[in-house]
Structures are given as structure tokens and as C-alpha cells.
Ligand binder design. Structure first.
Ligand SMILES: NC(=O)c1ccc[n+]([C@@H]2O[C@H](COP(=O)([O-])OP(=O)(O)OC[C@H]3O[C@@H](n4cnc5c(N)ncnc54)[C@H](O)[C@@H]3O)[C@@H](O)[C@H]2O)c1
Length: 399
């Protein structure tokens, strides 16, 4: 059978999670005529560009536990997904369930995951990547497509040390896998499987993925685009939009304290200090990078799990700053957003950007995608407005 040039495979790691479920139903909602609110690439500024058609994105993916129907019901009950859309999409979820491949879990989770995923823990890291590559090939042939993107949406991982050899951008990560620790970050395994299959890889989580120099170097050599890390959807989006105002008006920020309350499974996972560390470090890094004239600024970031909030992440920030002659002032804000409704349209944007980079032959880390991430790959700029300029310049190189 001939490939269908309009079909795109959207292969999600953690497909039964809150974001994965919102993406699946979001595409269905868009197909039925709902407006693409929150999608940057669908706005009037960029609408004329040659984007992949999101209505032709077909979701497949990996997971280690859960149930797609329950995930959708939870999101409907908590006011994120429209209940009628969830009801109408039952058949879609049945088909998704039948196609889901077992994931490669972290070793500590062996007792918590389904049997097929636990079995993958008996493979060596080289075999794990081979198994994931096999899944990608199978989905691409089933969908009759040559275009696909892997998006990493798995639960926040525990932080782990990596042997020094991985820090060399010239090193061959496939060879390094032969002696890699069995608990190597799963984000690296999924990234390598995608790169080996010449499929772009987007890392929406704080896990290392293509921040590892050997992985980024490999993507460059294989000419596969990689995008990441850690989606910028809530408090950090606000911080990196507001901080430039203090910088440009030369107001001296003395303290910026942020208190985040998360109630979903992501929040529960981040209760584990090992998983929380990278997330907090990513959130911590953005303000000093923008507010260089406020060198003694006190930055505090706290993340607490508050189950009753469900998907409605709440951030309370207190900014204490000084003006002319040292006058002290403050700004406080409270942001309450649906974590998944904020993230899902960005997953669709990033899929389109990854495909565009790939079609332009631009492999390696895509710097132009910096505005979408807390820890943009190889980009020091955290100012959201400047990051958007980077994106505009890349999208219209002549202007
Ligand atoms: N929502 C946001 O605004 C936002 C912003 C930045 C980063 N993130 C990150 O995105 C990720 C997804 O968020 P979510 O709210 O959908 O989380 P979630 O907990 O609802 O979903 C995660 C899914 O990943 C699955 N999973 C866990 N380990 C896996 C593995 N090794 N292989 C395959 N599947 C695995 C889980 O079973 C679950 O279904 C999290 O890491 C989160 O920190 C989210």
C-alpha cells in the first residue's frame, strides 16, 4: 500500500496521562470544528505557513499503567474536557487501547506497572531501544505514513547520574548503551529510538533527553530534529514574560517567591524529592538569567501536592522590588490554570515545528522552539518575548 502523505503519526510516551488524553481528545474536538485556542501555530500570524494538518494527526503511544477511558472520565469530571466530547470519543479510546505498546519503566516501578511493561525491564538498554524502535516501525506501517514525531510525556523521572562519556557530543550513544547502567534515564532510550528511526523527538518533561551532549550530537549527525526540555505552560511562562518588564524599567527585584500547588498525577509524582529536583532547578534558573541587574535577588520555588485541585495548578508569586531612591514595592499574582489544557495545544504546535524543521533538513536541537520550554536546548535566552522573536525569525527567515 502507498504511504499517505497527509497522515502524521503522533507517538506519545505516557499516552494515557493527563496531557496525552487531552491531546487525543483535542484533535477530535478540532476535527469537529472546535477552535484551536492556545495553539501558537494556528494563529493569524503564522496561519499561511506550510504546516502539517493537525486533523490528520493519529495518536499512538506507550504507557506502563492506567486506562485511557478512566483518564478521560477524570478530566471530564474535573472540568478540563467537555463531557460530550469524551462520550463521543469512546471508540477512539478503544482503538487507542488496542494499539498501546508497553513502555520501558524505571526499575523502581517494577511492582507498579503492567506485566508487559515490567517484562521490558528484563531487556538490556540496547534491547530496550530496539523494542521501542520496533513499536515506531509498526505504527508507521499501520498508519501508512513516513511522517511521525515522538513526544515524551511520561511522569517526571527520578534524577540519575550518567557516565562521563555521555557528555561528549562526538560519542556514539548507541555504542555507549552497551555499557550503560540498567537504570539509565528512560528519556534517553525513547530519544535514541526516535533518532535511530529518523523521527523527531520532543521532550516536554524535565528528564534529560537530548540535553545529554552525546544524544544531541547523534541527532545532529543523523539530521533528526530534537526539541525540549520541560514545557513552559504556567508559572514559568508568567515569570519569563513579566521579568523583562522589571529588567527594562531597571527596577531592582529583591525577592521573587513562587509557591506552586499541583493536584494531578504529575503533582503526586513530584512529591518524590528525587523527581522534584530537576523541575525546581529548571524553574529556579530562569529569573537570574533575565534579571542580571538584580544580582542578590532571593528566588524561592516551592512545589506542593494538593490533591483536591486535580488538574487546576495554582501558582502564587510574591515579587518584592525597589524603585527610585530605594522605594520598596511589591507585586503579587495568583495563576490558576488547567495543566493539561495549557500543555496539549503546545504538543500540537511542537509536533508541527518538529516536522517543519525536519522538512527543512535542520537536524539537532531546534533553538527556535525555546519559547515553549523552561530549559530550552542550547539556548541561554529565557525572556519569553525574545524567544518568540527567535521563533518568528526562524519561521520567516527573510523578514
Ligand atoms: N502539564 C504541564 O503543564 C506540564 C508542563 C511541563 C512539564 N510537564 C510534564 O509532562 C509530563 C506529563 O504530564 P501529565 O500531567 O500528563 O502526567 P501524568 O502523570 O498524568 O501522565 C504521565 C503518564 O506517563 C506514564 N508513564 C510513566 N512512566 C512511563 C514510562 N517510562 N514509559 C511510558 N509511559 C510512562 C504514566 O503511566 C502516565 O500515564 C510530566 O513529566 C510533567 O512533569 C507538564
Amino acid at each position: 500500500m502507498n504511504p499517505d502523505p497527509n497522515q502524521t503519526g503522533l507517538f506519545l510516551v505516557g499516552v494515557r496521562g493527563a496531557i496525552g488524553t487531552t491531546v487525543l481528545h483535542g484533535i477530535e474536538g478540532l476535527r469537529s470544528g472546535m477552535p484551536p485556542i492556545g495553539m501558537v501555530t494556528a494563529g493569524p500570524e503564522f496561519a499561511d505557513l506550510d504546516w502539517a494538518d493537525y486533523e490528520r494527526f493519529s495518536v499512538r503511544g506507550w504507557d506502563v499503567a492506567g486506562d485511557a477511558h478512566r483518564a478521560a472520565d477524570d478530566l471530564a469530571r474535573t472540568g478540563v474536557l467537555p463531557p460530550d466530547l469524551v462520550e463521543l470519543s469512546g471508540g477512539l479510546r478503544d482503538r487507542l487501547e488496542m494499539s498501546i505498546a508497553p513502555g520501558v519503566p524505571e526499575p523502581e516501578d517494577r511492582q507498579l506497572v503492567d506485566r508487559r511493561s515490567a517484562d521490558r525491564l528484563d531487556l538490556s538498554p540496547v534491547e530496550m531501544v530496539e523494542a521501542l524502535r520496533g513499536d515506531i516501525r509498526e505504527w508507521m506501517s499501520e498508519l501508512r505514513t513516513r511522517k511521525a514525531v515522538v513526544v515524551y510525556l511520561a511522569s517526571a523521572e527520578r534524577s540519575r547520574d550518567l557516565p562521563e562519556a555521555w557528555m561528549d557530543p562526538e560519542a556514539d550513544p548507541i555504542k555507549l548503551l552497551m555499557t550503560a547502567p540498567m537504570d539509565i534515564s528512560r528519556s534517553i532510550l525513547y530519544a535514541l529510538a526516535a533518532i535511530e528511526e529518523e523521527v523527531p523527538f520532543v521532550n516536554f518533561t524535565p528528564a534529560p533527553g537530548a540535553t545529554v551532549p552525546a544524544v544531541a550530537g547523534h541527532a545532529r549527525r543523523k539530521n533528526v530534529s530534537v526539541l525540549g526540555n520541560d514545557g513552559k505552560t504556567g508559572e514559568t511562562l508568567l515569570k519569563t514574560s513579566l521579568a523583562p518588564m522589571f529588567r527594562d524599567r531597571r527596577l531592582h527585584v529583591m525577592s521573587w517567591e513562587g509557591f506552586n500547588m499541583l493536584g494531578n498525577k504529575d503533582g503526586a509524582a513530584l512529591e518524590d524529592p528525587d523527581r522534584k529536583a530537576t523541575k525546581v532547578a529548571n524553574k529556579d534558573a530562569v529569573l537570574p538569567a533575565i534579571l542580571k541587574e538584580s544580582p542578590n535577588m532571593h528566588v524561592g520555588v516551592r512545589i506542593d501536592f494538593v490533591p483536591s485541585l486535580h488538574d487546576w495548578k495554582t501558582a502564587m508569586d510574591y515579587i518584592h522590588f525597589q524603585g527610585f531612591l530605594g522605594a520598596k514595592m511589591s507585586l503579587q499574582f495568583t495563576w490558576q490554570g488547567s495543566d493539561s489544557a495549557l500543555a496539549a495545544p503546545l504538543v500540537l504546535d511542537l509536533t508541527r515545528l518538529a516536522l517543519m524543521a525536519q522538512s527543512r533538513g535542520e537536524g539537532g536541537p531546534l533553538h527556535a522552539a525555546a519559547a515553549f520550554f523552561k530549559q530550552p536546548l542550547e539556548v541561554e535566552e529565557h525572556d519569553f518575548h525574545r524567544q518568540m522573536e527567535l521563533l518568528r525569525k526562524w519561521l520567516r527567515p527573510a523578514t
